[in-house]
Each structure stands twice: as structure tokens, then as C-alpha cells.
Design a protein around this ligand. Structure first.
Ligand code: ADP
Length: 216
């Protein structure tokens, strides 16, 4: 049973069409398919409701963020998982980072999600080549750039334009909500989240946060 409900509904609807095209459609089978579609519809509603609940419960706060501390906190959570999956974790922090403000809980959630996606992607490559690289730098046009890079297979061209769509997933047990939520959270900070393929191999996700305005 696929985790992602919209895809399951589409496949069931297509199966129903096939049954309906036959001379004497199997009504019992059709009834079962319709009942599956209804329960998948309910699952989709539940996912959306949980996500709304999360966003509602946690009101957006805006406090000064120490980017290195934020990233260290996330990597603290990621490292045990990375070790288990034979992934080396590299952190690079440039000097003179611009001040940023935001919601630490939400930003942590974003970086955690990007990191876990990176670990998932690297299951497809030999253990000795697996590297997760997080880098903090001042962005060229101002603001802070946090990049999460992996050495996995990269993002296939057909997936690229759909990555941030709700319920887009290529994983058997994926829900496809992670990147959609990440982008929503980053944009709520006045920032942006972009995906690209690295030179040579792997994918890189870049969070850009605007520089915090000086108080006064
Ligand atoms: P999920 O992890 O449940 O699939 P996401 O929204 O987090 O949902 O990711 C959507 C899809 O984007 C993934 O199923 C995968 O196809 C692609 N993706 C995300 N991160 C990476 C990555 N680091 N490398 C390659 N593909 C990725």
C-alpha cells in the first residue's frame, strides 16, 4: 500500500476505468475500489489537517538567530542517523555571517528535513562515497545562505519542477509533504528555498534568509 494518498487514488481510479471498459464489469471489485478511494481521500485530509494544526499551534516567533548554533543543533540530531547509514557529515561555517532573525523551531524543522532527504538519497550510492555537507555563508546579494549538499544520485530532470508540490514523492513510503512545508516555512521568513544538482553528483538545497534589520 503506497503512503501517498493522491497517487493511490489516481491508480485506483485508473483501475476502475479498466474494469468499466470490460463487457461485464466486476461490481464487487468496483465497490472495493471506490471504498479504497474514499479512505485515501480521508487520509489526504488527515495529512493536511495535521500540517495545519502544526502551523497553528506554533505561532511564528522572530528572534535573532545564531546560524552556526542552529545548524549544530540540527546536526546533533542528524549525526546518529548519519553514522548508522555510513554517511560522513561535513560542516563549513564561513566568517562574518550576516545577522538573521527567525523562528528557530521552524528553521530547525527545515534543515532537519533537508538533511534526512539527503541521507535517504544517498542510500542509492556506495557507502564510502556518502557525504552530507552543510555550509553557511554570506549570500552574494546579501543575507545568509545555508546549503545542504549530498553525494547521492541527484534530482532527475522530470522531478525537478515538481519537488516542492504537496504530495510529490518518489519514495515507496514517502508522503511528499516535506519540501512543500520547508518552502512554506522559509518563505514565511521572507526567504527562499531552491534545489539544484551539484557539479558532478548529488543534489544541493539552498535556503536563503534575508539579513535582519538592525534595531534602532
Ligand atoms: P518525501 O521525503 O516524503 O518523498 P519531500 O517533499 O521531502 O517528500 O521530497 C519530495 C521528493 O523530492 C522525494 O521523494 C525525492 O524524489 C526528491 N528529493 C528530495 N530530496 C532529494 C535529494 N537530496 N536528492 C534527490 N532527490 C530528492
Amino acid at each position: 500500500h503506497a503512503a501517498q494518498p493522491l497517487g493511490a487514488m489516481l491508480r485506483n481510479a485508473e483501475a476502475a476505468e479498466l474494469y468499466l471498459a470490460s463487457e461485464s464489469p466486476d461490481l464487487a471489485e468496483l465497490r472495493a475500489i471506490v471504498s479504497d478511494i474514499k479512505s485515501d481521500d480521508q487520509r489526504a485530509r488527515d495529512v493536511i489537517e495535521r500540517m495545519r494544526g502544526f502551523l497553528r499551534r506554533h505561532e511564528l516567533v522572530r528572534v535573532p538567530i545564531d546560524p552556526a548554533e542552529l545548524v549544530e543543533g540540527v546536526l546533533g540530531l542528524v549525526r546518529p542517523d548519519a553514522r548508522r547509514r555510513d554517511v560522513r557529515v561535513d560542516l563549513a561555517v564561513d566568517r562574518d555571517l550576516p545577522p538573521v532573525a527567525g523562528d528557530p523551531v521552524h528553521l530547525q524543522q527545515v534543515l532537519l528535513n533537508l538533511s534526512v532527504n539527503a541521507l535517504d538519497a544517498m542510500e542509492a550510492v556506495p557507502a564510502e562515497t556518502r557525504v552530507l555537507e552543510v555550509r553557511l555563508r554570506a549570500a552574494d546579494g546579501g543575507g545568509l545562505e545555508i546549503s545542504v549538499r549530498d553525494s547521492g544520485p541527484g534530482i532527475p530532470a522530470p522531478a525537478m519542477p515538481r519537488l516542492f508540490e504537496p504530495f510529490f514523492t518518489t519514495k515507496a513510503q514517502g508522503m511528499g509533504m516535506g519540501l512543500a512545508i520547508c518552502r512554506t516555512l522559509v518563505e514565511a521568513h521572507g526567504g527562499s528555498l531552491r534545489a539544484a544538482n551539484g557539479d558532478g553528483r548529488g543534489a544541493v538545497f539552498v535556503v536563503h534568509l534575508p539579513e535582519a534589520e538592525a534595531k534602532g
